[in-house]
Design a protein around this ligand. Structure first.
Ligand code: ADP
Length: 509
């Protein structure tokens, strides 16, 4: 009877369950979307009970599709949307408020106040993060301050906090395990990434009772077993990690200096920095990559807010493309970008430009500009944005490390990495090789690996490494003059977006 590992991929818009075999191949996938709530401008919520039931439905469906026997599953690994905050009553198992989603900006004012009071440096040093409403701590504070009786109940020990993996593990073990893995904990803005513990000074500052927080644990460890009513019998829950950290692991970026780039809705660049946290400027974050046994790895992380989302915009709003994959033939249909550059800064520019007032900007239009030029400019923007991030990350990291950071090319994954035109252009524009593995669903694969290592399904990291199979390598082909010309055009376009923003009088948060 062949055995498998089940990965639960609890994303921002959908829950997925993927069953992996020993070779790291996905054999069964099941997926379902769930509801998003936008109660006010800038607010984003989800129903934590719906997350729980949807995630269990897809997991049960995946096991049914396999053969219905829970005994075929050796372990469960979880990967999740990070930072999303859930508080529930431990006596009833019911959330006291909707899950506050990472995108939610409701605590922006409070974060600004913390910054104005000069806490930036303290948070950066302790947590590796910049003060921002994305992270969990101020969302948790908001619930304690705004939900009737929450603060008192939390102080009495009746309420529990968790990010999504914590919530799912607590529910699946019927309340027996209240844990968070280090990688998820390191996104809460209250976890000391040096001591691997909740930071008392921060908890006090924000008024968060420590007793409601989960126990921080390694990413690969048996946390408990599923209660028998879910799958017909107990399955070990043996791994968890934030989505981007799981992707880094799924890409087998095990060595210091290994970098991966995930092209999904946004673009996330992570570099393994080994045993020590490295602090970078330009808004790049320091984060825990994973903990396995005694091993603890850190990473630096940078993100681009709008990547594949720009293609969705072409499809859903402009309606000049029917399906995302059509972006590739459209881009190839013209010889070049026709002088058109598009900066898709719909929600401002992130690292390394940081301009929250910038908005989408198109430059270089002429009478001859075609739909294909516009689509190509959009696809190219995905590569330029990643290049800007990659450059600062590499340069800064190299200054602070003896290793040659990012020296061995860039490993890519995520839905948009299927676009060969984009990948070739990315290689050309960064002037380094791009390597795309066969499995580009590395997020759930990383979670499966964490769980599989804990239950002995895979022996060690070497065992996993042999599963990583190259699909395609993209070597840079563009000559330097051409690359420089394009980069000048891009840089002028970004400056235009910033200039437009600098003239504005809109109230930005
Ligand atoms: P997420 O996990 O963030 O939901 P995925 O990894 O599933 O994202 O990737 C989907 C994103 O990639 C969408 O934003 C979509 O527009 C984009 N995308 C998918 N295929 C292509 C393609 N061939 N070319 C460009 N973008 C694509």
């Amino acid at each position: 009877m062949e055995k498998y590992i089940l990965a639960l991929d609890q994303g921002t818009t959908s829950c997925r369950a993927i069953i992996y075999d020993k070779k790291g191949n996905p054999v069964i996938t099941s997926q379902k979307e769930f509801q998003q709530f936008f109660p006010k401008s800038g607010w984003v919520e989800q129903d934590a009970m719906e997350i729980w039931t949807t995630q269990m439905n897809v997991a049960q469906e995946a096991i049914l599709k396999l053969n219905g026997d829970y005994q075929n599953i050796e372990g469960i690994g979880i990967t999740n949307q990070r930072e999303t905050t859930i508080v529930w009553d431990k006596n009833t198992g019911k959330p006291v408020y909707n899950a506050i989603v990472w995108q939610c900006r409701r605590t922006a004012d409070y974060c600004k106040k913390l910054k104005d009071e000069g806490y930036d440096k303290m948070f950066k040093e302790k947590t590796g993060l910049v003060i921002d409403s994305y992270f969990s701590a101020t969302k948790l504070r908001w619930i304690l301050e705004n939900v009737d009786g929450a603060k008192e109940k939390a102080e009495k020990g009746d309420l529990l906090f968790g990010t999504v993996e914590t919530w799912l593990i607590w529910k699946m073990t019927d309340g027996k395990a209240h844990v968070t893995d280090y990688s998820n904990a390191s996104r809460t803005m209250m976890f000391n990434i040096h001591d691997l513990a909740w930071d008392k000074e921060i908890l006090e500052l924000l008024g968060i009772p420590e007793k409601m927080l989960p126990e921080p644990v390694p990413s690969s460890k048996v946390y408990g077993e599923t209660k028998t009513t879910i799958f017909g019998g107990p399955i070990k829950i043996a791994g968890a990690g934030g989505d981007q950290q799981c992707a880094l692991f799924g890409q087998t970026c095990f060595e210091e200096g290994d970098v991966k780039s995930t092209y999904g809705t946004g673009n996330f660049l992570l570099m393994n920095t080994g045993d020590k946290p490295i602090s970078l400027d330009n808004g790049l974050l320091t984060t825990i990559a994973w903990g396995i046994g005694d091993e603890l790895k850190y990473a630096v992380e940078g993100s681009v807010f709008v990547c594949g989302a720009a293609i969705q915009w072409l499809r859903d709003e402009l309606k000049i493309i029917e399906k995302a994959p059509y972006a590739e033939p459209a881009s190839r249909a013209v010889e070049d970008n026709g002088g058109v550059y598009f900066v898709p800064s719909f929600v401002g520019l992130g690292a390394p430009h940081w301009d929250s007032g910038a908005r989408g900007t198109v430059v270089g239009l002429s009478r001859g500009t075609s739909r294909e030029h516009f689509i190509r400019a959009t696809v190219e923007s995905m590569a330029y944005q990643c290049k800007d991030l990659y450059d600062v990350m590499k340069k800064d990291a190299n200054k602070k490390s003896e290793e040659d950071m990012g020296g061995d090319g860039l490993r890519v994954d995520g839905g948009a990495s299927a676009n060969d035109f984009l990948m070739q252009f990315q290689a050309d524009i960064i002037g380094e090789k791009i390597v795309r593995p066969k499995v580009i669903e590395t997020t759930s694969l990383g979670a499966a690996y964490f769980a599989g290592l804990a239950v002995g399904y895979w022996k060690d990291k070497e065992d996993i490494k042999s599963n990583w199979v190259v699909d395609k390598v993209f070597e840079p082909k563009m000559d330097d003059a051409e690359r420089e010309k394009l980069l000048r055009g891009w840089s002028r376009a970004v400056k235009t977006a910033q200039y437009w923003s600098s003239l504005g009088d809109d109230e930005e948060e």
